[in-house]
Design a protein around this ligand. Structure first.
Ligand code: PLP
Length: 383
């Protein structure tokens, strides 16, 4: 008997769009030169890279020279944060619920003697803006690192408002936009941010490729030394086919922005309504007002005594893939730093599962998931 498979872990990684794959294959097959070579084979690849850079820049309102290709979101976050430390920034402001691609470099800097202010957050994961102002007022010129959309809760911050506050204090603004890049239409020319980060495998592109937007005038040194690729910002032969595929994937997302957003929100609403109808006492972790979140993420706390590992095991044996926390921490025995960071009590955090949606998901798949969940979840008896 074949088990039906339903993938609801799109915040961890999306499946590759077949059109993106089709776009990538000829680049892999035919473009075997090195883009740094000056002969024809090299020049063709250079042209592919520069076309992709221009396309991405246009989509987000940047100049091509402000886009730097990386191996993904983690590298782009590290480049921005460690780069700012290297140019002498002494004060960093962030929260404990950022992705580890941000908290870990910041913790490393803190251990090395830099000042890191960890802002308090509310129960939906929004930073305290009075505390942000106080931190900006009281320290040297700061770098502020606040993710636009939280990967576990879906919470979307008012990034423009935050950037405006930071601009009053001449602070450098970095936002991890890995989860929001394909869900929010960016125009960096109208928003005073200095660094944004993206990763193609979160928007139906290949894994292992991403980019850093770095506002012109904000120069940081390279983390990886070697050749002069990426205008001396990131040495190493470029991942040309993946870069081309990433640009194509982002263009596709921006091309069907509204329809995709509507579809994802419909899936999220459908799942949430279905869960509420079947499981009394189920609750949302993160924004209950879905207009204040990205439509891809639904994090719920199940009532009763099942731990998330038991819940995930039951989902998995029924062919359903979801996540107990961020994919990067799953498999580790530590609970989610995001759920504990918003003050969730450990028992509720341990009963929580993140479902995350992609444009390929259907109501029929969600019906299947709801039916299976109703079969194994233990609903506590009313008191
Ligand atoms: N930032 C956020 C918010 C993420 O969700 C992820 C991946 O889960 C990353 C950064 C890391 O991106 P990558 O997997 O491309 O290194």
């Amino acid at each position: 008997m074949t088990i039906r498979r339903v993938y609801l872990d799109n915040a961890a990684s999306t499946p590759m769009d077949p059109e993106v794959l089709q776009y990538m294959i000829p680049v892999l097959r035919e473009s075997f030169g090195n883009p740094s070579s000056v002969h024809d084979h090299g020049r063709r690849l250079r042209a592919v890279i520069e076309k992709s850079r221009k396309e991405i820049a246009q989509l987000i309102g940047a100049a091509p020279a402000e886009i730097f290709f990386t191996s993904g979101g983690t590298e782009a976050d590290n480049m921005a944060i460690k780069g700012c430390a290297a140019i002498g920034i002494e004060h960093f402001i962030s929260t404990r619920i950022e992705h580890h691609a941000v908290t870990h470099p910041l913790e490393e800097l803190e251990q090395a003697g830099k000042q890191v202010t960890w802002l308090p957050v509310d129960e939906e994961g929004r930073p305290d803006l009075d505390a942000l102002r106080a931190a900006l007022e009281n320290g040297p010129r700061a770098m502020v690192c606040l993710m636009h959309a939280n990967n576990e809760l879906g919470t979307l911050l008012d990034l423009s408002g935050i950037a405006d506050i930071c601009a009053e204090y001449d602070a450098i603004v970095h936002s991890d936009t890995v989860q929001s890049m394909a869900n929010v239409r960016y125009n960096v020319s109208a928003m005073p941010v200095h660094f944004l980060t993206a990763s193609a495998h979160k928007f139906y592109g290949p894994k292992g490729v991403g980019f850093l937007y770095m506002r012109s005038g904000t120069k940081v040194p390279s983390m990886i030394c070697g050749g002069s690729q990426e205008r001396n910002m990131r040495a190493g032969t470029e991942n040309v086919a993946s870069i081309a595929a990433m640009a194509f994937a982002l263009k596709k997302c921006y091309g069907s922005f509204i329809e995709k957003g509507k579809k994802l929100l419909d899936l999220k609403n459908y799942m949430w309504e279905g869960l509420q109808a079947r499981i009394p006492g189920i609750a949302i972790n993160g924004p209950t007002d879905f207009s204040r979140a990205i439509p891809t993420v639904l994090n719920v706390a199940f009532p009763g005594g099942d731990t998330d590992s038991m819940l995930l095991f039951n989902l998995d044996i029924n062919g359903i893939s979801a996540s107990g926390g961020s994919a990067c921490t799953s498999g580790s025995v530590k609970g989610s730093h995001v759920l504990s960071g918003i003050g969730l009590d450990p028992a509720r955090a341990a009963n929580s599962v993140r479902f995350s949606f992609g444009v390929q998901n259907t109501h029929d798949e969600i019906d299947y998931v709801l039916e299976k969940i109703s079969g194994f979840i233990k609903v506590p008896a009313p008191k």
